[in-house]
Design a protein around this ligand. Structure first.
Ligand SMILES: CC(C)(COP(=O)(O)OP(=O)(O)OC[C@H]1O[C@@H](n2cnc3c(N)ncnc32)[C@H](O)[C@@H]1OP(=O)(O)O)[C@@H](O)C(=O)NCCC(=O)NCCS
Length: 162
C-alpha cells in the first residue's frame, strides 16, 4: 500500500468525494451542481489527493480568458490525512499547471482566522495582498493572498541519491 498517497487530476467520478470534503468548510460551501460544473469547465482544473484508494483532498484552480492570473478557488484535506503534505502537493500541482499555461500569478482568498491555511501559504511564498473585511457568508474577515512566479525553476523531487 502506498503510504505517501498521490495527487492526480480529478475525474467526473470524484464528484461525490469532493462534495463530502466541502463539508469541512465552515461557510461558502459548493453545491454538487458547482462541483460538477468545475469538473467539466475548461476554465477550471481540479486535482485530488488519494490515499489508499480514497480521495482525501482536492484543489480547484480557476483561469480566465485573457488573464495571466489564476485563482485557487478551493483547497481542502480530510482531517485524518492532514500533516502529510497533501495540501502542499496539491498547490504545487496547480502552480506547475499555471506555469505551463504561461500564467504569471496565483491569487486566492483565505479566512483571516484560518491559522493552518495561512501558515501553509506563507511557507509556499504567498504574500498578503489585501484585507477583505466581512468577505465570507458568515461575516468572517478574509485576506487575499498572491504568489507571483519568478524565474526560479518549479519545485521538483530531488534525484535519488542526492
Ligand atoms: C489547511 C489545510 C488544507 C492543510 O492541509 P495539510 O495537507 O494538512 O497541509 P500540509 O501537510 O501540506 O502542510 C504544509 C505546511 O502547511 C503548514 N500547516 C499545515 N497545517 C498546519 C497547522 N494545522 N498549523 C500550522 N501550520 C500548518 C505547515 O507549514 C506545513 O508545513 P510543515 O509540514 O513543513 O510544517 C487543511 O488543514 C484543511 O483542509 N483545512 C480546512 C480547509 C481549509 O482551511 N482550506 C484552506 C482554505 S484557503
Amino acid at each position: 500500500m502506498n503510504q505517501q498517497g498521490r495527487v492526480r487530476p480529478a475525474q467526473h467520478r470524484d464528484d461525490a468525494a469532493i462534495l463530502t470534503l466541502e463539508e469541512l468548510f465552515p461557510s461558502d460551501r459548493m453545491s454538487m451542481r458547482s462541483v460538477r460544473h468545475f469538473l467539466k469547465s475548461p476554465s477550471a482544473r481540479t486535482w485530488v489527493a488519494e490515499l489508499e484508494g480514497a480521495v482525501v483532498g482536492n484543489l480547484i484552480l480557476l483561469t480566465r480568458k485573457n488573464s495571466c492570473v489564476a485563482r485557487i478557488y478551493s483547497v481542502v484535506v480530510a482531517p485524518p490525512a492532514r500533516g502529510r503534505r497533501f495540501a502542499e502537493r496539491l498547490i504545487r500541482a496547480a502552480e506547475a499547471e499555471a506555469r505551463t499555461l504561461g500564467l504569471k500569478q496565483i491569487k486566492l482568498e483565505v479566512r483571516a482566522d484560518n491559522a493552518a491555511a495561512r501558515a501553509l501559504y506563507a511557507k509556499l511564498g504567498y504574500a498578503e495582498d489585501e484585507a477583505l473585511p466581512g468577505y465570507y457568508e458568515d461575516g468572517a474577515d478574509g485576506l487575499r493572498l498572491c504568489h507571483t512566479f519568478g524565474h526560479e525553476p518549479p519545485a521538483t523531487e530531488p534525484a535519488p541519491g542526492l
